[in-house]
Design a protein. Structure first.
Length: 273
């Protein structure tokens, strides 16, 4: 038993494996959220059921991606599983977690000067885009995956970097606090549109390469005799289509909200006139 999912070179089986580090990680986040809720309740604040549902869903997605079996498959068996894990860690779980933290809890967090400074810095799009794209590229370099995937600490560092980059990436797109002067809907849509293109680069490499890119997955014990190149091609399709579907879907929701807000503003101005 290891404390975090890592490549061990053992033949794959559907026998359950325990990863206590994953459980402690998820429990620690849930405990921090619960402690914040208790402190807020003592101050007269309350968390809506919708917030709890969003946060719990996001945390559940993190758990799904980090624990057995997906975390184990991603760590040392299938590149396609790693790309699914990447999509969950960066594009699915972070926005749910950020939306599940109520605004009053964010304001309590940002009472700390360092947290307030960081929140204001990251609400502007340039640095989050740099962080998101830098982690995207670095986390898929052969030297990084082959070098870190073989140890629990390396795998944990890689997983954590993806989760943090997702939180940083979604912070300006969601505009949680009006007092931080976030971008309007038009700016957010443009921001997400800019982030669509970089993932197509590794996706294209995976799809069209005729040889395995990573030694970790080339030499891994085969799962149902799936060839390494075929697994790599599936990973490329997931990278290109899965991430794009989420981002374009989010942009569509933002566009319709933007349209509805503008329409409501025009109706109000007409009534006033």
């Amino acid at each position: 038993m290891t404390w975090w999912c890592a490549a061990l070179g053992e033949p794959w089986s559907w026998t359950w494996r325990a990863y206590p580090g994953v459980w402690l990680f998820i429990f620690g986040i849930a405990a921090a959220y619960g402690a914040g809720a208790v402190r807020g309740r003592s101050a007269g604040e309350a968390i809506a059921r919708r917030d709890i549902a969003l946060f719990a869903t996001g945390l559940g997605v993190l758990w799904l991606g980090a624990d057995w079996p997906l975390g184990t498959l991603a760590a040392g068996y299938l590149l396609s599983a790693r790309i699914v894990q990447y999509v969950l860690f960066v594009l699915v779980a972070p926005p749910l977690i950020l939306l599940g933290i109520p605004r009053w809890m964010w304001r309590r967090i940002l009472r700390r000067p360092a947290a307030a400074w960081l929140a204001r810095l990251l609400v502007r799009p340039l640095i989050p885009l740099i962080v998101y794209n830098a982690v995207l590229v670095a986390a898929h370099l052969p030297s990084v995956i082959d070098g870190l995937g073989g140890s629990p600490w390396g795998a944990f560092a890689l997983d954590l970097s993806m989760i943090v980059s997702g939180l940083v990436f979604w912070w300006p797109a969601l505009g949680r606090l009006p007092e931080l002067e976030p971008m309007g809907y038009g700016g957010r849509i443009g921001y997400l549109l800019l982030s669509v293109f970089v993932p197509t680069v590794p996706g294209a490499f995976y799809t069209f390469a005729r040889y395995p890119i990573y030694g970790l997955y080339e030499l891994a014990p085969r799962v149902y005799d799936i060839p390494a190149v075929a697994d790599q091609q599936v990973a490329g399709l997931i990278m290109k289509l899965g991430g794009g579907f989420i981002l374009f879907g989010t942009m569509s929701v933002m566009f319709f909200r933007w349209f509805a807000r503008e329409e409501a503003t025009e109706i109000t101005e007409t009534e006033v006139v």
